[in-house]
Design a protein around this ligand. Structure first.
Ligand SMILES: [Zn+2]
Length: 409
């Protein structure tokens, strides 16, 4: 493929809207526009990844050297400003979307059930204000959340411990799609917004987090404005239709498999079931494979093996010679991006570094006279001179990598 055929346009500066280095280099190298639209080069790179995935199946991510995290259903790439969050254990590798991730919950020591006690709690309609007013830790309170099920208008009352957050995703999995209950629906059930508990409700479907039955003597609403109940106990004072995991994980919670602290990371999905998100995969590759000059794509993931360029000569037609190499390399099964422009060497070197093919091949007059061409692996500082004879013996892509590892002059 020729540079001009792909209409590649590189940029000297990172676009002002770049939020990550990977995106900045994809734009600068001409794979993407700053509006995040694939160029011809970008489409070519995506097609290469697509074909590779079809060929490799399960070993795809490993082969392209992408440090992905995930589970059997989904794979993610951690990236600043990622569109979703995942809980991840760096010890055992457990990973799941934050809204459905599991964790080991801490049970406090069991205590004797104390009698219910109604207390005046003016202006305490949040867990924060309630815990402050009564001087109790948040984990000694019960948080109430009220919804209405979309399918049948069933009033739904969920209870989680005051130090935890409800996961609506987990609730919906258990109870179906819901919306927040209206003030009228709350009143009709016998609850009082801000002072609600499941005690004494009418026609409510009650769900409690599985930690609630193990947490005794919680402060909960009295279903009366400005009042709470001390020492509410699940089983004695109320029961629920569903007792299950309802809360959302947070950073530092214990991994469900090994107990080590989980981290919560911003991520982009790169595979969901059998669907691969190749544009995200390209971004992830750029994010994890670049230096300060441009992309340093792994050879399996790069759209081309070789960036071929000629330096215009005084006596010899270096371009014609480069054309010949272009032909013979392609015949050997080596993919080539041929920079066929009559630009200065410096411009081409910069663009080669930006685009990030694993090897740059430079055809120049001086070396040609010595029957040599210059090869430079993208990730190495030094050039190597390779004899034209060994180049013409190449019959495969693997041969090229062998040549680079063996022949150092
Ligand atoms: Zn773990």
């Amino acid at each position: 493929m020729r540079f001009r055929e792909l209409h590649i346009e590189t940029q000297r500066q990172a676009p002002s809207n770049a939020r990550t280095d990977g995106f900045a280099f994809l734009v600068r190298a001409g794979y993407l526009t700053r509006e995040n639209v694939l160029t011809l080069l970008g489409e070519y790179a995506i097609k290469h990844l697509h074909d590779l995935q079809s060929k490799l199946g399960d070993s795809f991510f490993k082969t392209i050297d992408l440090a992905a995290i995930g589970n059997d259903n989904e794979v993610f790439f951690p990236i600043k400003f990622g569109s979703m969050e995942a809980a991840h254990c760096s010890t055992c590798g457990y990973t799941d979307r934050v809204e459905i991730a599991r964790f080991r919950k801490k049970v406090f020591s069991s205590e004797e059930q104390l009698p219910l006690e109604k207390v005046l709690t003016p202006d305490c309609n949040t867990i924060e204000s309630l815990a402050n007013f009564l001087g109790v830790p948040k984990e000694k309170t019960a948080k109430a959340l009220m919804f209405t099920r979309l399918s049948d208008n069933q009033f739904i009352f969920a209870v989680v411990r005051g130090d935890m957050q409800l996961s609506e995703a987990k609730l919906k999995k258990l109870a179906g799609d819901v919306r927040p209950a209206t003030a009228e629906e709350i009143t009709k059930s016998g609850a009082a917004a801000g002072y609600a508990s499941p005690i004494g409700l009418k026609n409510a479907l009650i769900l409690v987090d599985d930690l609630i039955p193990q947490s005794g003597n919680l402060v909960a609403g009295a279903n009366e404005l400005g009042h709470h109940l001390k020492n509410t106990n699940y089983g004695r004072d109320y029961s629920a239709e569903i007792v299950d995991d309802l809360v959302q994980v947070k950073a530092g919670d214990a991994c469900p498999n090994c107990g080590k602290p989980l981290s919560v990371l911003a991520v982009e999905p790169i595979r969901e079931q059998n669907e691969f998100y190749f544009e995200n995969i390209l971004l992830a590759l750029a994010e994890s494979h670049h230096d300060d000059k441009g992309l340093t794509l792994p050879k399996s993931a790069a759209p081309f093996d070789v960036y071929l360029m000629h330096v215009p000569g005084k006596e010899m037609d270096t371009r014609l010679k480069a054309e010949e190499f272009h032909q013979s390399l392609q015949e050997a099964g080596i993919s080539v991006l041929f920079d066929d422009r009559d630009e200065r060497a410096g411009v081409k070197f910069n663009d080669a570094d930006l685009i990030g093919c694993p090897v740059r091949m430079t055809v120049g007059e001086k070396n040609l006279k010595d029957e040599m061409v210059e090869l430079k692996p993208r990730k190495e500082k030094e050039n190597r001179l390779i004899s034209l004879a060994s180049l013409t013996c190449l019959t495969s892509e693997a041969g090229l990598w062998d040549l680079l590892t063996n022949e150092v002059i």
